[in-house]
Ligand binder design. Structure first.
Ligand code: EPU
Length: 340
């Protein structure tokens, strides 16, 4: 385990923001993590700790005056199986897309709709990543997390993670208390396809697929994402910058009367989830460039760095968008991305 000082985080965040961290440590095993925690508690306990996976959900607006811990633990193991399911453990440092491809290749179904999402396995439960009618909570069986204060490995069953839309206990009550070490996924040997959502069926038709399988669904999802979302390797971004907000049925009725084209989905509890992309587009932000950053031309939820934007400029753009949406619709847009 090497402790490095004043390291640029540019290559460690998908927005490509060039800020420094005071202390930067990479860990690749449980032994390393435990060793790090001992050193952290004795030498750096006054400094904030930032756990870093793929850096795909964060925006740095200034140097990080603290300790960045980059989790690189790797490995994929089958831990159990029966006639229906396979239980696969993946370690936190595995790149999410590599893991998805591995499962698709093996014919294990459950995460093919989550193809091409940037980030690592260890972050997927924290914000309960989701796309095309699937959330990762649907397939997480349990996970192992290391308690930062004791260094002990604890097991969290799915229910204990308090998953919700882009949310979990690790973003709330247990924020910065645990390092996710591995995640066990319960996947299906007999595929259960979810193709009704979004443009998957249209994309399969365009691909001339008549009998979808895991591979073709994965390919269709990747193709849709490529058309709509910028590649983090080509243009700095962090996927959806904002969450889709929930509103009460009464308020939704008022909105619908004033803005008949508003896009929303009814939730099981009667509330409505508004498409934030529509709200932002309706405020004329779609495709707008402000200096070195802007709003993506094909998806208003995505803010992009054209190359040299500062994190502060992107955060300012985000606040301006939030203000416009509030003025027009009286709706608060929450950020999905963590801002530091
Ligand atoms: N829309 C607009 N204008 C826009 C963008 C979207 O009017 O600029 C409309 C679309 O026409 C559609 C609706 O909004 O009717 C929803 O759009 P879309 O299906 O593209 O999905 P989304 O709600 O914008 C969510 C996730 C994405 C995920 C997609 C697909 C959030 C915050 N985002 O986006 O996740 O890929 O659904 O399931 O929930 C991410 O989290 O980083 C991410 C990319």
């Amino acid at each position: 385990m090497e402790i490095r000082k004043n390291i640029s985080l540019k290559q460690y965040n998908t927005f490509g923001i060039d800020v420094n961290a005071n202390v930067f440590v990479e860990v690749a095993s449980l032994y390393d993590i435990k060793e790090f925690l001992t050193v952290y508690r004795t030498k750096f306990s006054s400094l904030p700790l930032l756990l870093l996976g793929g850096g795909s959900n964060m925006l740095f607006t200034k140097n990080f005056e603290g300790v960045v811990l980059k989790i690189n633990t790797k490995g994929i193991d089958i831990i159990d199986e029966n006639s229906e399911n396979i239980f696969v453990k993946a370690y936190s440092g595995e790149v999410w897309e590599t893991f998805v491809e591995y499962c698709i290749d093996k014919g294990w179904s459950g995460i093919e709709n989550l193809s091409l999402i940037p980030g690592n396995v260890g972050s997927c439960p924290v914000q309960n990543i989701g796309a095309y009618g699937v959330e990762v909570k649907d397939v997480i069986f349990e996970l192992e997390a290391i308690n930062i204060h004791t260094g002990n490995v604890e097991i969290f069953q799915n229910k204990a993670c308090n998953f919700d839309y882009r949310d979990s206990i690790f973003k709330k009550e247990l924020k910065n208390q645990y390092i996710i070490y591995s995640v066990v996924f319960q996947l299906n040997k007999k595929p259960i396809f979810k193709t009704q959502y979004g443009a998957i069926e249209d994309e399969l038709k365009a691909m001339s697929v008549t009998t979808p399988d895991i591979k073709s669904i994965g390919k269709a999802v990747s193709a849709i994402r490529r058309k709509k979302l910028p590649d983090t390797k080509e243009m700095g971004n962090a996927g959806s910058f904002f969450k889709n907000p929930n509103v009460s049925p009464v308020f939704f009725k008022e909105l619908k009367l004033k803005f008949p084209k508003i896009i929303a989905y009814k939730l099981p509890d009667g509330r409505y989830k508004l498409a934030a992309g529509y709200l932002i587009e309706a405020c004329d932000w779609k495709g707008k460039r402000v200096g070195e950053c802007g709003v993506h031309e094909k998806q208003s939820l995505v803010l992009v760095n054209y190359g040299k934007a500062s994190g502060k400029a992107i955060a300012d753009l985000a606040s301006n968008i939030q203000n416009s949406v509030f003025q027009k619709f009286h709706v608060n847009l929450e950020t999905e991305v963590n801002i530091f």
